[in-house]
Structures are given as C-alpha cells and as structure tokens.
Design a protein around this ligand. Structure first.
Ligand SMILES: N[C@@H](CCC(=O)N[C@@H](CS)C(=O)NCC(=O)O)C(=O)O
Length: 102
C-alpha cells in the first residue's frame, strides 16, 4: 500500500470538513470498491463508507437516490442543489484525485 499523502494539519482539517459531504456506497469484497478505498486511503480522506451488504438501508438509499445498486458509488451532497450519485470506480478515483490530490 503506497504511503498516504501528507498535509499540514490546517489543510487536513479543511479536507476533513469538505469530505463530510461525501459518502461511499460499497461492499467489502467488490474489487472495484477496493480500488476506490485504496485511493481514499492514499489521499487520506475520512469519507464515510456505507456497506450495502451489511446494511439494507444503505442499499435502499442507493437504489432510491442513484437508481442502481451497483457499487462503488460516491454520493456528493451539493446542499440545496441536491445530491450527485457518481458511479464507476475510474470516474470516482479521477474526481478524488482532481479535488484532493494536490
Ligand atoms: N464498471 C464498474 C463496475 C462495478 C461493478 O461491476 N460492481 C459490482 C460489484 S463488484 C456490482 O455492483 N454489481 C451489481 C450491479 O451491477 O448492479 C466500476 O468500475 O465501478
């Protein structure tokens, strides 16, 4: 596992706050989810993870919000503008890299 990115405490605190708007729908043994979880670890992002196999309520929320139960899916809360449900591990990893990679 590559070493996690290092940030100043101030920048990490900002990011910790920003990622409160994110949640990853996943399950443990899904290989596409593994890739996204590795990216999350590498970028040191404390993103809430919602396992759809362990908690049927998370599965139902994913279906209701995103329209599919495919994982991984990153829920991005845009506040008054609603929520975005981002599927596809490559798209999620690219989004995380672009937003938090530097
Ligand atoms: N191309 C997708 C593939 C994701 C995928 O196939 N996920 C599987 C679990 S490993 C899944 O959720 N299958 C159920 C479904 O497609 O509804 C990605 O890279 O994220």
């Amino acid at each position: 596992m590559p070493q996690a990115i290092q940030r100043t405490p101030e920048r990490q605190a900002e990011i910790d706050h920003e990622v409160e708007a994110l949640a990853l729908y996943h399950f443990e043994r899904c290989p596409f989810c593994v890739r996204v979880r590795q990216q999350i670890e590498r970028l040191a992002l404390p993103i809430e993870k919602r396992d759809i196999q362990r908690d049927p309520a998370h599965r139902d929320a994913l279906m209701a919000g995103g329209g599919r139960t495919m994982v991984p899916c990153l829920r991005i809360d845009h506040g008054d503008r609603g929520a975005e449900w981002m599927y596809e591990s490559a798209d999620i990893n690219r989004y995380l890299e672009t937003r938090f990679g530097s």
